[in-house]
Every structure is written in C-alpha cells, then in structure tokens.
Write a new protein. Structure first.
Ligand code: OGA
Ligand code: NI
Length: 389
C-alpha cells in the first residue's frame, strides 16, 4: 500500500518534470552573454567552423571541461571486449547458435557492450555512408541550417554539442539526427545520401533485430519476445552522425559526456579514428578502432524490460588532435507508443516475487525527456527507477 502511494507520487513528480522540461525545450536556444566569453559568438557556431578557424591553438572557455570528466582510462588486455560472430547466430549449427546466444547473454550482463563481426554488410556500404555523412557536414552552414529542426522530436535535426539550450559548456561535436524507421526520412543534401542511408538503415535494422532475438533467448524468453512486446515492426530507428573535428587541446574538450543511450541497442561505426570509451567495472576502457565491426551497446530500455538484468552501459566520446573523427550511431528502440516496463517474466525469481525496479513509461515520453535535458550519465533512467522498493 505504502509502495503504491510512493509510486504514485513518483509518477506525479515525473509528469511535472516532463511538462517542465518540455516547456524548456520549447524555448529557442538562449544566446550566451557575449560579454562573458568575448571569443564566443552569440550564435553558437558549428564545431566544424570553430575548429577550422585559422591559427586555432587553444579552445574557447565554453568548450573546456575539468579533468575529472576525463577520468582515468584503463587499458584492457587485447581481446577482452566480447566479440559476437553474427554469421553463427544467423546460419550456424544449433550448437554454434546456442553458444553465441550464451556469449551474447554474458556480454550483455558483464559489459553491456560487444563487437559484432561477420555481419554481412559490405565494407563498401560502410565507407559510402561515412562519406555521405562527411558530405553533409561539409555543406555550407546555411545549407545545414535548413535541417536544424525546431523540436527534439523533429525527424531531422542537425546541430552542435548535445542540447545547446540547456548546456553551459559545449561538446566538441556536430551532429545530424534522422528518424529512419518506421518512416524513413533523410536530408535532401548532399546528393546520394538519402539512397545510401536507406540501404544502410535497413541492413543495420536487420542485424539489430537478429541480435535482439538472440538477446531474448539469452534471457530465457522466446526469440520473438522483445520484438512482439515492444512492437519492433514499428520500432523507432534513429540515425545519428557525429563529427568530432581535430581539436588543439583534446585533453580539455569532450566529444560526448558519459551517458547511456535510450532504446534497446545502438550499433556504431566510425571512420578509422577511435574515441569511444565504455565504462566497465567502474573504469573507462578505450574501445579503439575496429574497421568492419559494429560496436554495439545496450540501452536503457533493455535495462527496464529485463528489470535490471542487463544494464545499459555508460559510454563517452573523446576527441583528439590527430584527425577528424566521424561516427554513426544507429539507435534501435521500441515503437514510440510502447509503454516500457519490466516484463512480468522478470518479476519472479527463484527466491519468489521480485519487485519492479522501474515504472512504466511511454517510449516517446522517455525520448522527449532524454533529448530535452542535459546529457548526464544515467539521469534519465534514474527518473523511472523505483529506488525505495
Ligand atoms: C552516441 C554516442 C559515441 C561516439 O551517439 O550516442 O554515444 O563514439 N556516440 O560517437
Ligand atoms: Ni551514446
């Protein structure tokens, strides 16, 4: 009874905070006080333009983060990040398949992160889509502005940092975010991007669904469980291209701060320059470069659905002074109208009833909440966590 009241209060608080954050998002980006940082233009320029300013040897104060956000990085022994051979999941013998399902489960439990090899997407398509994104970032600023979007749920949005309307310091990053499923969108420029993006999105979505089938099985469920429960036929797929230009003071800048992703699985590729780090057992681990592999992380909605059995992984993007990095993160989530809560199958354990550790929330509301606020660790997930039970 007491628990019910508590949950009820949390829901009221949550809806209050959602409406608050939505009204914040509705405001336009507030210009920075120009007298505070004279080197910073009042309109926040793209990081590409800033990074290409002639003679740039230091970064403006507005892009500086204290060293504690950079933290200590551990190197893990070569080969310790889990690797999943996708071809065995799809066309292996029953024995090979069950071994891969087991490995997937272990990777989700121990790391929330794994690399996928033998996925069947041609290297040519991977390089074409990376080139297409480079072409987008190379467009003139005014052309990119056509795709800036006004609202966090607009199907095409391009911009800089993560959410400049709520950030005090900015990330060394430009982005393009496009909804590619269930309805496919694409910017109309540069020429050819739309066709490549459609093909790439479909191929990656197939792989994500294949992996989620294996992950369902690894949780002791039917292979199609997640697909059906979260209506993946109409699942939200978001294409996020990230540009991290060469930075003169990489030790002071941050590409993306520590965060977990919304949704179920994110599949990432990059242009041969590394920068992704994941948190493993409390330490930051360099992922490095792995051409021809997908770097996959589990998202908040897998954590919610599994009632915490598979935790979403914290990760961040570092910048460097060796070359411009482009990454493409493809996020796969439930359908926008799915209400995601812990599956009933996980509310019992060998010890008896297991309380739900998260309240249910519509994926659309979660997405809106996450995108309208600062990107900050697992703060969005914390808002649906039931801490008192
Ligand atoms: C993301 C992300 C990391 C990277 O887009 O959500 O975590 O290395 N990107 O670009
Ligand atoms: Ni991410």
């Amino acid at each position: 009874m007491c628990e019910h009241i508590y949950i009820h209060i949390q829901i009221i608080q949550l809806s209050l905070s959602i409406s608050l954050s939505l009204s914040m998002a509705a405001e336009t980006a507030s210009p920075l006080p120009s007298n505070t940082f004279p080197s910073q233009p009042t309109k926040i320029t793209s990081i590409k333009t800033l990074a290409e300013s002639p003679g740039l040897t230091s970064i403006p104060a507005t892009y500086t983060f204290t060293p504690d956000l950079h933290g200590q990085v551990t190197s893990v022994p070569e080969g310790s990040i889990p690797v999943i051979d996708y071809s065995l999941l799809i066309s292996g013998t029953p024995g090979q398949r069950s071994e891969i399902v087991h490995e997937l489960g272990r990777a989700c439990q121990d790391w929330g992160f794994f690399m996928v090899i033998n996925h069947g997407v041609p290297q040519k398509l991977l390089s074409s889509i990376l080139d297409g994104c480079k072409g987008f970032f190379d467009l003139a600023e005014e052309e990119k502005q056509e795709f800036k979007g006004n609202n966090v749920l607009d199907p095409i949005r391009s911009g800089t940092s993560f959410n400049v309307s709520v950030e005090k310091a900015f990330y060394w990053r430009d982005f393009l975010k496009v909804f590619v499923h269930p309805v496919f969108y694409s910017p109309t420029k540069p020429a050819g991007l739309s066709e490549i993006s459609l093909e790439y999105s479909q191929r990656v979505r197939e792989i994500a669904r294949g992996l989620l089938t294996g992950i369902s099985e690894s949780l002791g469920l039917e292979g199609s469980y997640i697909d059906k429960a979260l209506n993946l036929e109409r699942g939200k797929q978001i294409f996020i291209a990230n540009l991290y230009p060469t930075c003169p003071q990489p030790e002071l800048a941050m590409g993306m701060p520590p965060h977990s992703d919304h949704g179920l699985l994110t599949l990432l590729i990059q242009n041969g320059i590394g920068g992704l780090q994941i948190q493993h057992k409390g330490k930051w681990v360099n992922v490095g470069t792995h051409s021809n592999s997908f770097l996959v992380n589990t998202g908040d909605h897998l954590e919610i659905l599994s009632n915490g059995r598979y935790k979403s992984v914290l990760h961040r993007a570092m910048v460097n002074n060796k070359g411009t990095r482009i990454s493409i993160a493809m996020a796969h989530g439930p359908s926008l109208d799915s209400v995601v809560s812990p599956a009933p199958e996980f509310l019992v354990s060998s010890k008896g009833d297991e309380p739900a550790a998260y309240i249910g929330m519509k994926y659309k509301d979660y997405l809106e909440l996450q995108q309208s606020n600062k990107l900050d660790g697992k703060s969005c997930l914390d808002r649906v966590r039931i801490s008192a039970v």
